[in-house]
Design a protein around this ligand. Sequence first.
Ligand SMILES: NC(=O)c1ccc[n+]([C@@H]2O[C@H](COP(=O)([O-])OP(=O)(O)OC[C@H]3O[C@@H](n4cnc5c(N)ncnc54)[C@H](OP(=O)(O)O)[C@@H]3O)[C@@H](O)[C@H]2O)c1
Length: 250
Amino acid sequence: MKTTGNTILITGGTSGLGLGLAQRFAAADNKVIVAGRRAELLRDIEASNPGITGLELDVADPTSIAEAFTKVTASDPELNVVITMAGIMQPEDLHSAGFLETAEKTITTNLLGTIRTIAAFTEFLQTKPDATIMTVTSGLAYTPLALTPTYNATKAAVASFTDILRLQLADTSVEVLELVPPAVATTLLGQDQDDSGRAMPVDEFLDEVMSILTERPDEKQVMVERVKPLRYSEANGNYDQVMQTLAGSH
Ligand SMILES: NC(=O)c1ccc[n+]([C@@H]2O[C@H](COP(=O)([O-])OP(=O)(O)OC[C@H]3O[C@@H](n4cnc5c(N)ncnc54)[C@H](OP(=O)(O)O)[C@@H]3O)[C@@H](O)[C@H]2O)c1
């Protein structure tokens, strides 16, 4: 994707990686709209970040997605990039059925939320000469973490969906990218409170992502070096070992 002169919508842009990426893109001469459920936070972000505007959106609610689409395409008809960052990550214990509520919420937000957002915006984006959809998966899509089974499964599903989205849209102006983060120190699962060094500092992650986008524009999967042991464990022949190590570290 080109890294300047875009109008970019980031769902899940109110905190963590989404907000960080929004600030990097705004600083690189892009117009950025961040979307999320926390209305007050959206107002604070607008006040303290010139060049970024806020949009209320709950990706778990199809009506909210439809309303957000109508609003943003009216206020920003030049919109040409959508980044589906919104996501949740919660622990589950599969020994009893109590995990099911978390599982359903996770699927509704991470998987259905992503697919519904893409469904809402794809036709519109095809009218733009230079458009991008960037999905957000995880290293855990490729080597799962024992603590968060449904989270891992939603990210694996989004990765698979993304591959076929790219294939089907190859005859359009829409480029399809997958951002594959490693553990990064955000509040997603309390990684920001973990001083073991397992989680990558947010700024370091964003620096590396922006340099990949700028210097290697042909990469379809945007991967910092730290995610590669998870991404390629199967190919490296150590999937079980990496999965066991991950399980032991949480
Ligand atoms: N940090 C990591 O280690 C890591 C690793 C791999 C992948 N990721 C992925 O990166 C993405 C961002 O995570 P993060 O680490 O930046 O965590 P975060 O700070 O908790 O950000 C999550 C974002 O998702 C939004 N969100 C959650 N549910 C939503 C909903 N129903 N509708 C709209 N927005 C919703 C939140 O906004 P509101 O609360 O305002 O709605 C927030 O902006 C997620 O998809 C996550 O799976 C993170």
